[in-house]
Ligand binder design. Structure first.
Ligand SMILES: Cc1cc2nc3c(=O)[nH]c(=O)nc-3n(C[C@H](O)[C@H](O)[C@H](O)COP(=O)(O)O)c2cc1C
Length: 163
């Protein structure tokens, strides 16, 4: 416990963990995210909180597509090449292994268990340091089947992005 109970409580929220991949022409990128949730059944909308200042924010606005890559816990090493930002590691996509997703062409990272491909419907400025990128799921591919307990989340990684 710290003297900031809001921060402490926000850090108690359980989260999934994903690689958010984007494409605008030949420019592709991947970043790790956990501020993700399905927001509607019909249509199937997914919202992702994306930092205004990160490289992916510009790519997704221009390219209007993104992919959410999910991993099994056993494959946590697969996300390591894309954990840094492009500003710090400009060559990160050269070091990453990936293939184009069939519907949108966004990167599917090697080792991913599934990818959900989305077309952007809205990018909402909520008045904070992150925007909400909303996408409609238009396709999905499952490469390795797994139940939610088998899927990599922030809990297994022991990392935190909240507070
Ligand atoms: C565990 C973890 C979770 C993260 N979750 C998010 C997130 O939900 N949204 C976000 O904008 N950044 C998140 N980040 C930070 C981005 O991954 C980071 O800013 C990244 O460097 C941006 O990459 P880019 O500049 O290449 O787009 C997270 C980082 C970590 C380590």
């Amino acid at each position: 416990m710290s003297d900031d109970s809001i921060r402490d409580a926000l850090k108690m929220m359980p989260y999934g963990f994903y690689a958010f991949t984007t494409k605008n022409g030949v420019d592709v990128n991947a970043m790790v995210v956990n501020w993700v949730s399905q927001m509607s059944y019909a249509p199937r909308l997914i919202a992702v909180g994306i930092q205004k200042s990160c490289y992916s924010r510009g790519v997704v606005e221009a390219g209007r597509v993104f992919g959410l890559n999910l991993f099994l816990q056993a494959d946590s090493d697969a996300i390591m090449p894309v954990t840094s930002g492009r500003a710090k590691k400009p060559e990160k996509m050269d070091d990453a292994e990936y293939s184009p997703a069939p519907e949108t062409g966004v990167p599917v990272l090697a080792g991913a268990a599934a990818v959900i491909e989305c077309r952007v419907t809205q990018i909402v400025d909520v008045g904070g340091d992150h925007d909400i990128v909303v996408g409609e799921a238009v396709s999905a591919e499952i490469m390795k089947e797994g139940a939610p307990p088998d899927v990599l989340s922030l809990t297994e990684l022991g990392w935190s992005y909240a507070g």
